[in-house]
Design a protein around this ligand. Sequence first.
Ligand code: HEC
Ligand code: HEC
Length: 548
Amino acid sequence: MVTDARSRSRGILDRIGALLPFLVPALLLLGLALAGVLVDGGRLFCSTPTLALDLPSERAIPAAVEVAGMQRDMVWQFRYAPIGTEFRSGIPYWIYRAMPRLFPDDLDGRGYEKLGFTSDNDHAYYASRPVPRGLILTDTELQVPPFPVAVRLKRVSFNCASCHRGGWRDPGDRSIHLVDGMPNHTADLQGFKRYFFKNVHSERFNPRSVLGAINEELASLGSPALTPTEELVYTGIVEVMKRQPGREWMDRRADNGPRRLDAFTAVKDEVLGVPDDGTVATVDFPSLWNQGAAIRPWHHWDGNTADSRARNFGSTVGVGGISMSVDKPEVLAVGAWTEERLRPPPWPDALDRPDPASALRGRATYLARCAACHGLYDRERASIARAAKGDLYMTVVDVKTDEGRRRAFPPAAAAVLSEFGGRRNLWGFSAFRGNDPKASGYLALPLDGIWARAPYLHNGSVPTLDKLLGPPDRRPREFYRGTMTYNRVEVGFEYDAAKTDEGRERLFLYRTLDSNGAPIPGNGNQGHEFTVADDAQRADLIEFLKTL
Ligand code: HEC
Ligand code: HEC
């Protein structure tokens, strides 16, 4: 069957060859629309097509199986609804399936699981889905001028939950617990992006091999091979994907690894097109709860905006939304939910119960040493008590942590990004403020649900609370990231590969120094030396932090 499909596609390709002079202009337009390289080609997406081209292979895509009586409520919307990123970064489903077949080596033969996209074990809404946790499948319908014809195509893309829904594994019974708004600790978004950008430029990514791989995927599901029309469509898609510009800026910076992203350099390079200034803005995914202005009047690690639309739409644009495609009602609904409804998860009793006497002693230390900057979160009321007049809560303070992220967003970048969104009615014309390169730092932020926000600091450079609050020379220079196994003693994810379920090969080695012993820009774990040297006193403080 597989060989049949291959020889058939060869015959088709020969026939296409003869037609090529006529087809190229139409295909190019089609491909441009599909790959979404017309960054602001809004008109391709707006008018209602009069005729739709149905591709039979779309019906071969395994269906999502809903749980009986499933309600599409706000939580469903957050986890599964598209937000509009598919138009620029969505990958046609069959290309997504064909890639691991064509390029298995970069994935160690494990498919997308290698990049942290593991199965969704949360069966509240679906018994099964055709894509793993962290990815969604979206219907897209594109009009191809000058013909009044649209192609219906499902594409694989990201939504807010791709980065902002994560989980932890109980070291006792090995069960995995997923939490909305917790950073997705396993997903390697840069790895995913790089996998595609690297391989579409290789020789092996050509119409013939892609059509062959798609047909093999179809055959493995017992479905018929692509029709001649579909082969034309996919030939166009392949040609245009090959013409995508590379993402060289990523190669000039250290690997992000799972749960980290250089969102602001991506925006500067890929959306704003400003020349590479060499700065590194790689950060840890933040948590999403309590985004209301009473607790978080400023957003992003460097507090560069107070505008909630800039915060929500900015994330969409950063991962491939374009002004026309951003699903504004959906994104605004998710944004409002993070402000009004989403609260931090309590420390799980399954891990242990915080000792009340110890936590009370820790509270005293916290009030004396930490509250002036971090406020005191009241879990019952979901509110913050401020320490005193003149405290530094939610102001930008220089505590001498890695300077990469704050240097990456100077006033000039803020002006360009504000203007970009202002013109497109995504946010206000002065929505972003830049960081003064001489006197700046990061937000002194609330510590609500801090147990679920490990690893710590804006760049995720310190694995546990114990390491952050202990003597600075005990912070590990390198450690493993990407396991969900939780370390309840130190409070954070396990960082010693031997103590994880995954083991060394499947985790990411985070390094602060390169092989010559030189600091890796963006990866430093110095600063924030508000340490508690006494072991017992530190244990009490950590016991208290578990209750926030
Ligand atoms: C590809 C990963 C990714 C996706 C998808 C994503 N975000 Fe984010 N988000 C980030 C990163 C990284 C930051 C931190 C950026 C920084 O400060 O440099 C962030 C910051 C935020 C913040 C600010 C948090 C704070 O405490 O300052 C909010 C709120 C937010 N995102 C909401 C959203 C919403 C809503 C969506 C969907 C519309 C979304 N994000 C999609 C990665 C993502
Ligand atoms: C002078 C203000 C200040 C004081 C005092 C202070 N911090 Fe911080 N803290 C900050 C700032 C600013 C950051 C953000 C630094 C960064 O991300 O690089 C931070 C970050 C943190 C983080 C990491 C948050 C995250 O999401 O990763 C934790 C945990 C923390 N502080 C705990 C404490 C504790 C506990 C104390 C008291 C022993 C304390 N801090 C004292 C200003 C302060």
